[in-house]
Write a new protein. Structure first.
Ligand SMILES: *Cc1c(COP(=O)(O)O)cnc(C)c1O
Length: 428
């Protein structure tokens, strides 16, 4: 028997999600299908908000939209009072469309074009600059009132080298020794209010990594405050709060994280004379990961002298994390929750690449063609990283809430593969 978590419930061996039978959704919308629980997103947001506010009132959660930028997901978070961290003009536009006011949108981009900087200034969102080059080009286009700077605190963390976003190999942020000059330049140009930011990595499950990096950021903040004379409206710890993917992964103790991090924060802002800035965090994964499952149907069951393969209709075009980061996603057989896991399978997709493996050597109940698999924790970096590779239309997304459901993204059709393509005149 499998451990059942979050919005998943077991009704006589059949998987239901936030009060809806998975089978009913699949009959109606087909597979592969991302199913998102509205309740779970709200719970995750409120659990984090409560844990932070119990230690420090002036906190803000900036949801990292790149984890899942569906407009309905953004609307849910807007109604909770969340802010947004956007990493592209597209995410800024989607957030504005979702009714986030510009003052609740923070842009944290790297390698940003001039026309994009212009758009950001015109949109009146808060900008986090990532380099001197970006600041220089920004100030020539306009001078915002409020400006934030992304610092590389020289301490990185995360579950895979691709998701570590600070330290000596990182392309992100400005090094501490260069930071005063950046603030100085902005101040001289007429910027009057400031923030300071870091984002050290993703999928972090230990409190200590956050404490160490934040301590470093606060020390850098002190130096900037002392040498340049700027005060900070906010100090941003970034995202990266991890979630358990394996059934025996530890859960990050949110109350402990909040207590440790904010005790340090309060002590340091007092000792360093930093006033009473807002404390920002930018979780993506934590808010949406376990709020969604990916439903995929079994096409093929195949045995070779070495392996049992289950071929499903979702590949790395639908969920790239296992292929890209070697990530583990737990899989349940949605129509066989009560059966024992008696076989070992590789669960593979339809993409013509050997790396197209959703799950390796996985113990599952005996699988037959037509069975329905639920890939858990598919809400963060699932749809948002999906592609049309192998000319496969992208999956649909459904929102569920207390037994109700509604389509929030149509399944792409063959026509979507042709959208924007032009046959060269001389080839007609
Ligand atoms: C990706 C990203 C986040 C969110 O990371 P999670 O691991 O999903 O919490 C936050 N801030 C920035 C700047 C990011 O690039």
């Amino acid at each position: 028997m499998q451990k059942i978590v979050g919005p998943i419930t077991n009704h006589n061996g059949k998987l239901w999600f936030d009060g809806v039978n998975a089978k009913e959704l699949v009959d109606k919308f087909d597979t592969p299908l991302f199913v998102i629980s509205e309740n779970r997103i709200r719970e995750n947001y409120n659990r984090l908000s409560k844990a932070l506010k119990s230690n420090y009132q002036k906190t803000r959660i900036c949801y990292a939209a790149k984890a899942n930028s569906n407009i309905s997901v953004l609307r849910i978070l807007e109604t909770e009072g969340s802010s947004v961290d956007a990493v592209s003009p597209g995410e800024v536009s989607l957030s504005l469309k979702a009714s986030f006011p510009p003052e609740r949108i923070l842009f944290t981009g790297t390698s940003v074009r001039n026309d994009e900087l212009k758009f950001l200034i015109d949109s009146k969102v808060t900008i986090n600059v990532d380099s001197f080059s970006q600041l220089d080009r920004l100030l020539r286009l306009g001078v915002p009132n409020l400006l934030s700077v992304r610092i590389n605190p020289e301490i990185g963390a995360g579950y895979h080298s691709h998701v570590i976003t600070a330290g000596k190999d990182s392309k992100f942020g400005i090094w501490a020794k260069d930071a005063p000059r950046v603030y100085e330049t902005a101040k001289k140009a007429g910027v009057s209010r400031f923030g300071i930011h870091m984002h050290v990595g993703s999928g972090i499950l230990n409190v200590k990594a956050f404490v160490l990096a934040l301590d470093r950021l606060l020390e850098i903040s002190k130096k900037i405050h002392k040498s340049v004379g700027v005060d900070f409206d906010f100090i941003d710890m970034g995202g990266g709060i991890g979630v358990p993917y394996r059934q025996d992964d530890p859960t990050l103790d949110l109350d402990l994280l909040s207590h440790k991090v904010l005790t340090l924060f309060k002590r340091r802002i007092h000792d360093y004379d930093l006033g009473d800035p807002f404390f920002y965090v930018e979780p993506g994964r934590y808010i949406v990961s376990d709020a969604s499952i990916l439903l995929t149907k079994v096409n093929t069951v195949k045995t070779t002298p070495f392996k049992n393969f289950v071929g499903v209709d979702a590949g790395f075009n639908t969920l790239v994390r296992p292929t890209m980061y070697g990530s583990y996603h737990h899989i349940l057989v949605a129509n066989k929750l009560d059966l024992t896991e008696e076989e070992v399978y590789d669960v593979v997709g339809p993409i013509c690449e050997s790396g197209d493996i959703l799950a390796k050597d996985r113990q599952l109940p005996k699988i037959q063609e037509g069975d329905l698999l639920a890939v858990l924790n598919a809400g963060a970096y699932g749809f948002s990283m999906s592609s049309q590779y192998n000319a496969r239309p992208r999956a649909a997304e459904v929102l569920v809430k207390n037994g109700k459901y509604t389509l929030i993204r149509k399944r792409e059709k063959l026509g979507d593969l042709l959208r924007g393509q032009i046959i060269a005149e001389w080839l007609k």
